[in-house]
Design a protein. Structure first.
Lengths: 175, 263
């Protein structure tokens, strides 16, 4: 049987076996269906996912960079405004300080003036008082002295005080 | 008859391998259709399916080595063959081209896999089936795109050619599209696998014969025959990959041609 097949078919390798055509067709179709159904969509999914992942990653990185730049700009702005503010504050403080010093100095001056005036006034009053009491005392003493020297001649009160006053006025003039 | 001749002459002289070596007996006695190439085709379908289904199962964004291996082959057919040649409509044809490539490649490589060692495509029925499918696919695509009349007219009467030239051109074009293409597609694959297998047989059976010869000089030269057989195995591997590539490439080109506005 086999030799017959060999003898009849080996003559032309270009003549296909019917069974092989059928098997080949079925096998290929089966493989096609399996690959189309279970393999191609999966690989395509993996490819798209990967593309998305890479694109998403790049986009995220770009976004982060933009955000960082914005934050940096913001910080710089804040920093410069803070510096400005500090500058303003310093300036204000200096002005205020100067004002305070001036004010204090004026107050002190005033106080000094006031104290000086009060001192002057009290000195004047005391002097006045001293002059008055001195005049009285000196008058009395002088009269007493004179009466002792001159005797009763000068007992007249009115005369006495006129003489004393005149004496004292002369004294003050000569001074 | 020849088989008996061979057995009778064994030991007397070298019988070179020939077409008879491609006629393999049924694996199970009595089931005439179930021969080695038939078994190999079935094995190839199972192997390819298991490999790619497992490889593609997770479809992870960061692929494992196994997924990457499957993806690389798929990506090669998808991008380098389908996308580059067919253009924007390529996705429709990727499953077919992919199946074609891995099916032919696997069955070709069976030719040098130890113990299997038979290229399925050296049985002409399989290339015929594949060429017929490709033939059907690209004509179907062309007819769907342009309509039967315009499609045939474009093939038979190529636009932009002076009228008298049609006397020569029309038969050539018709023959090219309906006869030469499917024939060359199938016969190229078949002949390469057939010849390659025959070549390996010559050197390996020849070496075996020389080793068994009584003459010492023959025994001494036997290793060279084996060595050449091994070198040719590497060469065969290249041819097997190349033929799978060419078959798929040409199918893609024919599809692209059928889709184009002018043939």
């Amino acid at each position: 049987m086999r030799t017959v097949i060999i003898a009849s078919e080996e003559l032309n390798p270009l003549v296909p076996h019917t069974a092989e055509i059928i098997v080949g067709f079925i096998a290929f179709s089966l493989l096609y269906l399996v690959l189309r159904k279970a393999v191609v969509p999966k690989f395509e999914k993996a490819f798209t996912d990967r593309t998305h992942a890479i694109q998403g990653g790049i986009e995220r990185a770009e976004q982060a960079q933009l955000e960082a730049q914005r934050a940096l700009a913001q910080y710089n702005e804040q920093l410069s405004s803070a510096r400005e503010e500090a500058q303003t504050l310093r300036e204000e403080a200096r002005v205020q300080g100067a004002a305070i010093v001036d004010e204090l100095r004026a107050k002190a001056q005033e106080e000094a003036t006031r104290i000086t005036a009060a001192a002057h006034a009290s000195i004047e009053a005391e002097r006045q008082q001293a002059v008055t009491s001195l005049r009285n005392e000196v008058g009395a003493l002088a009269v007493e002295l004179a009466s002792k020297i001159v005797g009763e001649a000068l007992e007249d009160q009115a005369r006495q005080s006129r003489i004393v006053d005149r004496f004292l006025d002369d004294l003050e003039k000569s001074k | 008859m020849l088989a008996s001749v061979r057995s009778a002459t064994e030991g007397d002289g070298f019988v070179p391998p020939g077409t008879k070596d491609f006629d393999l007996p049924p694996i199970i006695e009595g089931v005439e259709w179930f021969t080695k190439p038939v078994l190999l085709v079935m094995v190839s379908v199972v192997l390819i399916s298991v490999f790619f289904v497992l490889s593609a199962r997770k479809a992870a964004v960061v692929p494992s080595k196994f997924q990457f291996a499957g993806e690389s082959i798929y990506g090669f057919v998808r991008n380098d063959l389908a996308k580059d040649i067919i253009g924007h409509e390529f996705m429709r044809f990727v499953p077919y081209l992919f199946t074609l490539f891995v099916f032919i490649l696997t069955n070709n490589i069976f030719g040098i896999v130890p113990f299997l060692q038979f290229p399925t495509m050296s049985h002409v029925a399989f290339p015929y089936v594949l060429a017929a499918l490709s033939f059907f696919v690209f004509h179907y695509v062309g007819v769907r795109k342009h309509g039967v009349i315009k499609y045939i007219k474009d093939i038979a009467f190529m636009p932009g050619v002076p009228k008298p030239v049609y006397i020569l051109l029309t038969p050539i074009e018709l023959a090219t599209f309906f006869l030469v293409r499917p024939l060359t597609l199938s016969l190229r694959l078949f002949a390469n696998m057939f010849a390659g297998h025959l070549l390996l047989l010559v050197f390996i059976l020849g070496g075996e014969y020389m080793l068994n010869d009584s003459l010492l000089i023959m025994k001494l030269f036997a290793p060279f025959s084996f060595l050449f057989g091994i070198a040719l195995t590497f060469f065969e591997f290249m041819v097997q990959c190349l033929q799978a590539y060419i078959f798929t490439l040409l199918t893609a080109l024919y599809i692209a041609g059928a889709l184009a506005d002018e043939h």
